[in-house]
Ligand binder design. Structure first.
Ligand SMILES: Cc1cc2nc3c(=O)[nH]c(=O)nc-3n(C[C@H](O)[C@H](O)[C@H](O)COP(=O)(O)OP(=O)(O)OC[C@H]3O[C@@H](n4cnc5c(N)ncnc54)[C@H](O)[C@@H]3O)c2cc1C
Length: 437
């Protein structure tokens, strides 16, 4: 049996190389990451996913789930690409503070539904990333300083296992698989839906302050001061942006605070003192607008990022991050982590504690003329940061050419590999960054 039998197996759309629309259907969100897959299957529902898995198991084929391709690594040669976009149901139970969310649903829609009940899920910066891919990789949320990994807010997974069975996985039903699914990547089962714990949102304050690039030193110094004593309810990110010339460089501070505007402004006092503000859209906001704060592209982009966890922001780090122009990069972005993320949760998933209090993201574009300059600039900045770069990276921030071993401590990786070998011995599933390398 081969991929060509797929139309007899599933009810959803199947596209094979040569079919009209194949190139578009098989493409990644990250433009320029090649996806030489053998077929694309757009599953109709969970039963369709199960039929596909049984077929792949019997035929010795491999499946990679990729709802949106935001985390594409290029490691998909010859596999069946499973699109889960039709598994996008969102049901909120406000009394139980739980949402059952289809694996292919995007965060923007989920937050619109939960926000209507004054509740939030642990979403990240992008409204178009899928919930399934986000929690499979752990998921660093705007609210992770208060509530930890998004994956650890999952109460149950509905999955199709490597035997093609539809199973509900909880801490009680299968502790090992539940642990691996919460942040260990997409290697262990195909998620069809997740049950997410939701958090009450009495007040949410957030938005972006923008200054001219000349204010960079002051903004990063304020970032250091504010983050040194920030409560878990406050999340602050700073971002140096170099738009295409002739637009001038800017520097921004993005914030969310789970509380009142008055309290937030007190905590942000060092930023409030910086003059020359170009724009300020901070306000008490609806959680449905969360994905707009960081102003990230929602359409496919030729992004060429590199992320690193930082052990601190001392003088040498501030100097390394602020003394040179951003170009040829598009932006240089630092998120404050810590809070609940720094604490080991014995009941948590594979993400574990994140000791590093900051996440640096160096973003360039995969464009002609920049193919060498962007990686060289990223490498030079990392070199300047020296031992302040820990070497570990959050799984959801891995990029092509990196691997799962960079996301997990050795003992976590060993446990994930054992679970992979026992739950998917035929390697029916392939994550973007497989734990077996
Ligand atoms: C603009 C932008 C902003 C981002 N912001 C954040 C952020 O704030 N915090 C953060 O943590 N990450 C962030 N990310 C990274 C993003 O969360 C990861 O790339 C994530 O894996 C994307 O999930 P996806 O399903 O949308 O992407 P895809 O590339 O479609 O999927 C990624 C991987 O998830 C696994 N997977 C997906 N669906 C399933 C499933 N149903 N069953 C089993 N495995 C599955 C697969 O291994 C797949 O390869 C951002 C990425 C971008 C491009």
């Amino acid at each position: 049996m081969t991929s060509e039998n797929l139309r007899d197996v599933v009810r959803g759309r199947v596209l094979l190389p040569g079919d009209s629309g194949f190139a578009e259907a098989s493409g990644a969100w990250t433009v320029g990451v090649p996806q030489p897959v053998s077929a694309v299957v757009e599953a109709e529902d969970a039963a369709d996913v199960a039929a596909l898995v049984r077929h792949a198991r019997d035929a010795g084929l491999t499946i990679a789930a990729q709802p949106s391709g935001h985390g594409a690594s290029g490691d998909v040669e010859g596999v069946i690409l499973l699109r889960t976009g039709r598994l996008d149901g969102v049901e909120v139970d406000p009394a139980a503070r739980v949402a059952r969310v289809g694996a292919g649903a995007r965060w923007g829609r989920v937050l619109a539904e939960t926000g209507a009940h004054g509740l939030a899920g642990l979403a990240g910066s992008s409204p178009v990333v899928s919930v399934g891919g986000f929690v499979a990789g752990g998921g660093l949320s705007w609210f992770s300083r208060a509530h930890g990994w998004a994956a650890d807010s999952v109460r149950a997974f509905e999955v199709v296992d490597a035997g093609g069975e539809q199973v509900r996985v909880t801490a009680e039903s299968d502790a090992d698989l539940f642990w691996a699914l919460r942040g260990g990547g997409g290697d262990f089962a195909l998620i069809t839906a997740v049950e997410l714990e939701l958090f009450p949102l009495p007040l949410l304050y957030g938005g972006r302050l923008v200054w001219p690039g000349e204010r960079t030193g002051e903004v990063f110094e304020a970032f250091r001061q504010v983050t040194a004593g920030a409560p878990g309810e406050l999340s602050v990110w700073v971002n140096r942006v170099q738009p295409p010339p002739p637009a001038p460089a800017i520097v921004t501070m993005d914030v969310t605070y789970l509380g009142s505007e008055e309290e937030a402004r007190d905590l942000l006092a060092p930023f409030e003192k910086i003059g020359g503000v170009l724009s300020d859209n901070r306000s008490i906001m609806d959680v449905a607008r969360l994905g707009g704060i960081a102003d990230e592209p929602v359409d496919p982009s030729p992004a060429l990022p590199r992320a690193e966890l930082l052990t601190g922001v001392d003088d040498a780090v501030l100097e390394a991050l602020t003394s040179e122009p951003v170009a040829p990069l598009l932006n240089l972005h630092v998120r404050h982590l810590g809070g609940a993320l720094a604490k080991a949760d014995p009941a948590g998933g594979a993400g574990g504690a994140v000791a590093e209090p900051y996440l640096l993201n160096l973003l360039g574009l995969r464009l002609p003329g920049l193919a060498e300059a962007v990686p060289a600039s990223q490498e030079e900045i990392v070199r300047r940061l020296g031992e302040r770069v820990s070497g570990r990276k959050p799984y959801t921030f891995l990029v092509p050419s990196e691997d799962a071993a960079q996301a997990f401590p050795a003992e976590t990786l060993t446990r994930l590999r054992e679970i992979k070998k026992s739950r998917d011995p035929g390697q029916v599933f392939r994550a973007n960054f497989p734990v077996l390398g």
